[in-house]
Design a protein around this ligand. Structure first.
Ligand code: GLN
Length: 522
């Protein structure tokens, strides 16, 4: 599975979540397009930086080669040098697999996507027509006022593609309404695509129905046929896991409302993996998870009680910068004092530590140095030196580049026996993906522990605090890493499952879903 993004950023790591949604992190610490998260959740596959390519990355390596003199004096051009580099990246990422699925972002007709389209056109010619197929995703808008579907944009984008030498084999037509046969026929005749290969991809209330829906229309058969895979693919796809996932979502026995406190809440894609992981946590126990998106500055303005009252659980996800940070600290304080399940992730853990330091340990003015460099109690600070998984020492300072300089990727941690985190994971050592610059400041460890904060996990060298929790609270866990990146609909993640269960228990205690909860546990 591969995503090619035509923008010039080298990776999405420096892009605002407002513009591009969440930055997804792979095991090897690559900061990638959020589509890699969809790939990992839908297909049982672990991806890496190789699977996410941008124009910036391609040009970066072509220019480096040019400077080294690799092109032996040739004039370096889009065709063939840029297109060759794109093909090389596709080869590198798909080598050793039976099939590679390569998605190109953007819209046909964009200036930026042309080299990518040219590269895949060449791949088909290089490898032979039976070794590559083109699936084109188009929009078939529904004009509500006229009550009709418009096929013109699809006709037009296929025309554009054909003008650069690409004839799609399959069209995936996104629309609000299922495509009637008449429209399917019309699209087929205008685009030279066979009728059965014009697939209707209708908006679904539940994204997990999509594999079933595509299967019902025979998309997999088309692929097998077109790529001559019939002798290797002898059985029909087994979709029982997806049926189970859909069944759990459609027939819930319980329901919880979780508040997600952040600063990009108007842009839901900014917290895509968190939202998905919460839903997966619910699916494992047939519980519908309703999400309430809360702007953390609203808490600063209106007070925690008026914004957060009535929730079954509060989750503070990752984030950057000082805007809205105080609201996150107040969310932690409110959850802690009211006994509401609290799940802090990355910045959400740092906010919880600041809250605990200020309001329980009495460290007035405690803060993260990300927000206040002069804080008298920098309980969260920038670490300037650490060892990577491969054993090298990496260094950074306040002046380091913003791109690619965080503590990134899968790192192991040891969980303290007897803690809630240990009970949930059921393991001594686990690995989670990281993406942050600041860390729990060890100078305050004893002081905060003496005040009642439990450090439930540390890095294997004991130097970095990975998780904290509160023992005298129904459920208060905060972690430095991003467990949401490893949750899948089919298995869920232990921390999210535990958090949703605690939210259900609270809901039941409040008398909202009591009867239902009993039934579900039985
Ligand atoms: N801003 C914090 C840091 O850099 C938290 C990052 C995050 O939440 N991903 O450490």
């Amino acid at each position: 599975m591969m995503k090619l993004d035509p923008y010039i950023n080298v990776d999405p790591g420096t892009m605002s979540p407002f513009q591009h949604g969440e930055v997804y992190v792979t095991d090897d610490g690559a900061e990638t397009d959020l589509d890699l998260g969809h790939y990992e959740r839908f297909v049982n596959v672990r991806l890496s930086g190789k699977n996410s390519i941008t124009t910036g990355k391609i040009y970066e390596s072509v220019i480096a080669k040019e400077r080294r003199g690799d092109y032996l004096g040739a004039t370096v051009q889009v065709i063939p040098h840029i297109t060759d580099e794109i093909k090389r990246c596709i080869d590198a990422a798909t080598q050793g697999f039976d099939l590679g699925l390569v998605e190109i972002g953007g819209t046909v007709g964009d200036i930026e996507s042309l080299p990518f389209l040219e590269a895949i056109r060449q791949i088909r010619t290089d490898r032979g027509a039976e070794k590559a197929m083109f699936i084109h995703l188009t929009l078939v808008p529904w004009i509500a006022a006229a009550g009709e579907l418009k096929t013109k944009p699809t006709q037009h984008s296929v025309k554009e593609l054909r003008s650069i030498g690409i004839q799609p084999d399959v069209l995936l037509c996104r629309s609000e309404q299922p495509l009637p046969d008449s429209e399917r026929r019309k699209i087929a005749s205008f685009t030279n695509v066979s009728e059965k290969a014009v697939i209707s991809v209708v908006d679904m209330d539940n994204i997990h129905k999509i594999p079933l829906w595509l299967d019902a229309q025979g998309l997999d058969d088309l692929v097998v046929e077109r790529l001559r895979l019939a002798d290797r693919v002898t059985e029909r796809a087994d979709l029982t896991e997806w049926l189970d996932v859909v069944d759990a979502a459609e027939n819930p026995v319980d329901e919880v409302t979780i508040g997600v406190v952040g600063k990009y809440v108007d842009h839901k894609d900014a917290y895509k993996s968190v939202a998905e992981a919460l839903r997966h946590g619910g699916l494992r126990q047939r519980t519908r998870v309703n999400l309430e998106w809360i702007e953390s500055q609203d808490i600063e303005r209106d007070g925690a009680e008026s914004v957060l009252g009535g929730l079954d659980g509060i989750l503070v996800p990752g984030g950057f910068g000082d805007r809205g940070f105080e609201g996150k600290v107040l969310a932690s304080k409110y959850a802690r004092e009211q006994g509401i399940p609290y799940f802090g992730i990355c910045y959400g853990m740092q906010a919880a530590v600041v809250d605990f330091a200020r309001h329980v340990a009495g460290l007035e003015g405690a803060n993260s140095t990300e927000n206040d460099r002069q804080s008298p109690h920098p309980v969260i600070g920038l670490i300037t030196e650490w060892r990577t998984t491969s054993g090298e020492i990496e260094r950074r300072s306040e002046d380091s580049d913003m791109g690619g300089t965080m503590r990134l990727g899968l790192q192991e941690q040891r969980i303290k026996p007897g803690t809630r985190a240990h009970a949930l994971y059921g393991q001594d050592v686990v690995a989670e993906r990281h993406r942050h610059r600041y860390e729990f400041n060890n100078r305050y460890r004893t002081q905060l522990e003496d005040a009642g904060l439990v450090v439930s996990a540390k890095s294997l060298d004991d130097l970095l605090v990975e998780m904290v929790e509160l023992p005298d609270h129904p459920w208060f866990i905060a972690c430095q890493a991003h467990p949401e990146f490893q949750s899948t609909p089919r298995s869920g993640h232990p921390l999210f499952i535990g958090f949703v269960r605690a939210a259900r228990e609270r809901g039941a205690g409040e008398g909202q879903a009591g009867g239902k909860l009993k039934e579900a546990t039985a």
